[in-house]
Each structure stands twice: as structure tokens, then as C-alpha cells.
Design a protein around this ligand. Structure first.
Ligand code: FEO
Ligand code: CA
Ligand code: CA
Ligand code: CA
Length: 601
């Protein structure tokens, strides 16, 4: 049945307006249901959530803090397996009377337990709600102290050895997991992003080469923000200079085997990984697309040596340990003089051009002069510098469309691209890019394994009143404002969904989730579906035929807010502390939304 009013296929809704309140807002005809909150139990023996008296032991059996990536596997009998990572902790909001200059050991240990990963079995309800199943056999918590294994060509490297792990293969914990992806072979990829913030005293490292590497990865010269080094010397670079090298990886988790040790896949390189999403090349090789979320950093892809074989778990478990890591170089097709840094389209009507995937390393063979293979894998940013990769405006999620294979890159923003200090190029065409943009890549011969591609900018974000914005050529009078694109997802009809991180600062509205058709007359029509409460970021979108799931991350994270004086009371209301939570939105039970989408122009 065609959608009414010529609207896009997929969920039918009237876009909501920009929001500024402390509320989770959805379109008419839809109802949000909380799935799980920080501190909710995964097991019946978990301590009851008591915000003033959280303990490490209790937290390790409860849902962690700051949910970011969400992945959903469909199980039998109307159940789902949800995987969620917990990027970081905000101690000021979590703990009463928190003294940032002198945290207690109990607070630090609780924060370790609130980091990491959760695997939660959910029961689907007729209302569309999703309810956690306590004690389900696949439920699992992994924290900053759980054992992880380093695998692939750099495992065992001298740069990964520590006094606790002289073999360089066993790491305690995963930190700052941002977004991620699910693989066709039923595993979960989760990405270690701003790991640098947990390590202290880089200035104590005197070797010039080691120092240069630490600077390139943004290591902290003195004390770390959370002072974890006070309670565990592995966070002190003066004592353990290599511990930091054991973070910044893509982690592969088998959520269907709760006894499995997750693997940090060194073949995919080390940087501030936003996410990793998989497509399969024409010849069956697995391709992982990845962004390094830093101003002026790079876009990468990994292509496996082996081929994906449906159902062959033993084969597929080896795919991400052996292959070639590439970095992207974008070349515009318009004269440089036409790229004015304000956003006026070039004379050919588009920001577009060609690109190449530059090989950095294949297994134990380096393609970068002056760097060994293990150096390329562990200090990947410097390999990208050496080959002249394109300096991007903070590449966050990079996701191939399951419908078309075209790859979408969310460049969230870059206000450091200052006129007079930095250049613009056709792929990053705006100075002071506070609103970000989204790039669409078409691999050569539509083959994910290709080493060349074509590209064009899909969206130059911001208010449609801003003349530098561009919505794939769509009529700007009929689009929603969008700024700071971060996480991407696709619905079963092939529409792109974009969640944002940073709108309160860039445009003055709460962060949100948007739908964007990619095909036909409505291509580029950005429409807002939901908004998250005060201080929150919208993460982890999953869009099915009848549900929209998001992770509401860091509600109430506003300058000056604290446990005693919260800036948000979402979701529990009253004077409660804010709780990062996963929310599912579904059409009101027993009622299909009747409002049609926006009229065609
Ligand atoms: Fe954790 Fe790049 O956002
Ligand atoms: Ca052009
Ligand atoms: Ca993110
Ligand atoms: Ca972000």
C-alpha cells in the first residue's frame, strides 16, 4: 500500500517541532515506553537501585551508566536480545557529595562497574513496549575490570605489554564505548572512543617517539579527570606507559555465548573509534567502515582476507583478525576557487567528487614507509598522517545502507576549521562547521571491497534559514532543522535515521532523531521524529517496522548540575536524579497513526 500524501515508505508520522523542555517528545499517535534505566537489575540478585548508596557490587549486576550504542537481535517467542554499551560516567551527577579532587575508592570502583557493556534479554509486549527478562541465560554485564583478549596481527606487541600482562594479550576492561554495529554472523562490534581521558601523567614519558604518539592521541599531561590512577597504577602512564595502547580498539563480542571472552581486534587499527559497521564485498570478504571522531581525523575501512560464510561460526570468528586496513582520501571535482568556505554550492551544483582507499597495512605487511605493521595498527593516526588522508570534520557513524550498499558518513561538526588557520575542501566545505554534514559514498562498481569510490554531500546541516545548508536539493521550506549528526540507522524501507549530539550548543534545541528519505522526490526531506530531555544526547537508534528505539545518554548533563541539584529529573520525575535510559517508541496500542506525513511540495 503506497504511503498517504506521497510521503516516504516506513513509519507514518507528523514531524514534531524543536523542543527545549525536560521531556522525551514523540509524534502524535506514538507512545514512548522506558525499556531499561541506569541501575535497573539484569539479575534478581542485583541490589535495588539506590542512587545515594550505589555500590560497585550492585552496579556490576545492574544496567550501567550512559547507554550509547543499541543493537537488537530477534530471538524466538517474541523475545529480543539487546546489546548496549555504557560510554562513560558523570560522577558529579551519579554520586552525592562528589568531590572531584578526591573521589573515594568506592566511588571509583562503582564507576568502573558502570562502564562497559550490557547484554539484556527483552520480551516484546503487544503495546510495543520491551520488558527486560531478569536472569535470562544470555544476560550479561561486562565492566572496566572484565577480561578481554587482544587478537590479530598486533596482539603480543611490545607496545601492548604491561607488568600485569607481559604477553600483551589480556586486558582488563573496555572503556568509552561509543557506537557500534551488528555483524551478519551474529556478533556485536563496539568501539572504544575517548579512551585517552582515563590515563594520567603523559608528561612523565620522556622517550620522544613515545611522547609524540601520546600527543597525537590526546593523552593528558597531568592528573586524569577521574583520578583513577589514585586507585589503580595501570592508569598512570608514569608507571604503565603501555596500558593506554590497550584501549582504542574495536571490540567483538559474541552475545550468544555468555562465557566467551570478547576480543579487541587489532587488525582494525587503533584510534578514537566511533563505531564499526559491516558490509559484504562482491567476493564475500567482510568490510568494516569506521570513523575516528576527532577534528581533522580520518575515515577508514578494513577488508578481510577471508570470506564470510553464512552459518560457519568458526570461519566468521576469524574474519576480523586478518585483512587490509585502508584510510580515505577525498578529491573534489570542482575548482578549489569554487569552494568558498561559506557553503555556496560549486558551479556543478554539488559538493562531490572521487575518492580512494589508501592501504595502510595488510596483516604483518606495512604499506607506510618508516612504520612497521604493528606500529601502523597501534599508532594508526600517524599512518594516516603519513599517507595524506583527508582531514575530516569529526567522522562519527559510518554505515552502509542495507538496501543500496551506499555508505553514509556523519561528520558531526568542526569549529576548529577556522578561516586563516585551516583549509576547506569539497568534502569538508565549511569553515566554523558547527552544524556538521553527511556524506554519501558509492563504492566503485557498488562493491564494498573496491579501492575507489564516488561521493557527494547529502546534507549540509543547520537551520534551513542558513544559506550554507543543503538538503540534497530538497525544498528547504519543508525540512526540520538538524545539527550535529552523530549516529545513523536505516529503517526496513531504506530511509536514513540520524540522531544528534550537540544541538543545545549549536542551535539551542534539545537533541533529536530525524528521518531522511534517500530515494525519489522526497530525498533529503529531513523530518524530526523525537526529542530527548534536557542535557541529553540521542544515541543508538534502531528502527524496525513498528518500533523506534533510542538510548537517551547523559540527561541533565549541564554545566553546574550535580546530584544535589539536577538539571533534569527524567525519567522518574519529581526531584529524582536523571537516569540514562533506553526508550522504545511505538504507535499507540490498538491505533494506527492516522495523520499523513507532510504534503508533497
Ligand atoms: Fe561518543 Fe563520537 O561520540
Ligand atoms: Ca562538485
Ligand atoms: Ca557518538
Ligand atoms: Ca558525538
Amino acid at each position: 500500500e503506497p504511503p498517504p500524501s506521497g510521503g516516504p515508505e516506513g513509519l507514518v508520522f507528523e514531524p514534531i517541532d524543536q523542543q527545549t523542555g525536560d521531556a522525551f517528545v514523540v509524534p502524535d499517535g506514538y507512545v514512548p515506553h522506558i525499556v531499561i534505566r541506569w541501575g535497573d537489575p539484569l539479575f534478581s540478585d542485583a541490589a535495588e537501585f539506590d542512587p545515594a548508596n550505589q555500590t560497585a557490587e550492585g552496579q556490576a549486576r545492574q544496567f550501567g551508566y550512559n547507554n550509547d550504542h543499541v543493537g537488537l537481535f530477534e530471538l524466538e517467542d517474541g523475545q529480543f536480545l539487546m546489546v548496549v554499551n555504557h560510554e562513560y560516567t558523570d560522577e558529579t551527577l551519579m554520586f552525592p557529595a562528589y568531590d572531584a579532587a578526591s573521589p573515594t575508592e568506592a566511588q571509583v570502583a562503582t564507576a568502573w562497574a558502570a562502564h562497559g557493556l550490557s547484554v539484556v534479554t527483552l520480551r516484546g509486549e503487544d503495546s510495543g513496549a520491551l520488558t527486560p527478562v531478569l536472569d535470562a541465560p544470555l544476560n550479561r554485564r561486562l565492566t572496566a575490570t572484565t577480561e578481554f583478549e587482544l587478537t590479530g596481527p598486533a596482539a603480543g606487541s611490545q607496545h601492548l605489554q604491561t607488568s600485569a600482562d607481559p604477553e600483551g594479550r589480556t586486558v582488563l576492561g573496555t572503556l568509552n564505548n561509543c557506537a557500534g554495529g551488528l555483524t551478519p554472523w551474529g556478533t556485536w562490534l563496539t568501539a572504544e572512543e575517548n579512551f585517552n581521558q582515563y590515563f594520567a601523567n603523559s608528561s612523565a614519558v620522556t622517550d620522544p617517539t613515545a611522547q609524540e604518539r601520546l600527543v597525537r592521541y590526546g593523552a593528558t599531561e597531568g592528573a586524569s579527570e577521574r583520578l583513577w590512577e589514585t586507585f589503580d597504577p595501570r592508569f598512570d602512564l608514569a608507571q604503565e606507559p603501555n596500558e593506554i595502547n590497550r584501549f582504542g580498539w574495536i571490540v567483538e563480542v559474541d552475545p550468544f555465548d555468555p562465557s566467551s571472552t570478547p576480543r579487541k581486534r587489532t587488525a582494525l587499527g587503533r584510534f578514537k573509534h566511533e563505531a564499526a559497521t559491516i558490509n559484504i564485498a562482491e567476493d564475500g570478504r567482510a568490510v568494516a567502515y569506521m570513523g575516528d571522531d576527532e577534528v581533522f581525523d580520518y575515515l577508514y575501512k578494513f577488508v578481510s582476507d577471508g570470506v564470510y560464510v553464512e552459518g560457519d561460526d568458526a570461519n566468521n570468528a576469524t574474519l576480523l583478525d586478518s585483512g587490509t586496513l585502508y584510510v580515505a582520501r577525498f578529491t573534489g571535482d570542482s575548482p578549489a576557487a569554487e569552494i568558498d568556505g561559506v557553503g555556496t554550492l560549486p558551479e556543478d551544483g554539488e559538493f562531490d567528487g572521487s575518492g580512494e582507499w589508501i592501504p595502510l597495512v595488510s596483516g604483518t605487511t606495512s604499506h607506510v614507509p618508516g612504520m612497521s605493521a604493528e606500529e601502523v595498527l597501534i599508532f594508526t593516526r600517524q599512518a594516516g598522517d603519513a599517507v595524506g588522508a583527508t582531514r575530516m570534520d569529526r567522522p562519527e557513524d559510518v554505515e552502509p545502507s542495507p538496501a543500496t550498499g551506499r555508505v553514509y558518513v556523519a561528520c558531526t561538526n568542526n569549529t576548529d576549521r577556522v578561516e586563516g588557520e585551516a583549509e576547506v575542501d569539497e568534502a569538508n566545505p565549511r569553515f566554523d562547521n558547527k552544524d556538521g554534514h553527511v556524506i554519501e559514498i558509492v563504492e566503485e562498481n557498488e562493491d564494498a571491497g573496491a579501492t575507489a569510490f564516488a561521493w557527494r554531500i547529502l546534507l549540509v546541516c543547520g537551520s534551513p534559514d542558513d544559506p550554507s545548508t543543503y538538503f540534497a536539493g530538497f525544498d528547504k521550506s519543508q525540512v526540520s532543522t538538524i545539527s550535529c549528526p552523530d549516529n545513523l540507522a536505516f529503517d526496513p524501507a531504506g530511509n536514513l535515521w540520524i540522531s544528534t549530539d550537540g544541538q543545545p550548543d549549536s542551535v539551542g534545541w534539545n537533541d533529536a532523531l530525524y528521518q531522511v528519505p534517500l530515494e525519489g522526490d522526497l530525498r533529503g526531506q529531513v523530518r524530526q521524529f523525537l526529542a530527548v530531555p534536557t542535557g541529553a544526547e540521542t544515541c543508538g537508534p534502531v528502527v524496525t517496522e513498528d518500533r523506534v528505539i533510542v538510548a537517551v545518554q547523559h540527561p541533565g548533563e549541564i554545566d553546574g548540575a550535580s546530584f544535589e541539584s539536577p538539571a533534569s529529573n527524567w525519567p522518574d520525575g519529581g526531584s529524582s536524579v536523571p537516569r540514562p535510559s533506553v526508550v522504545v517508541t511505538a504507535a499507540r496500542a490498538g491505533e494506527e497513526p492516522t495523520e499523513g506525513p507532510t504534503e508533497e511540495p
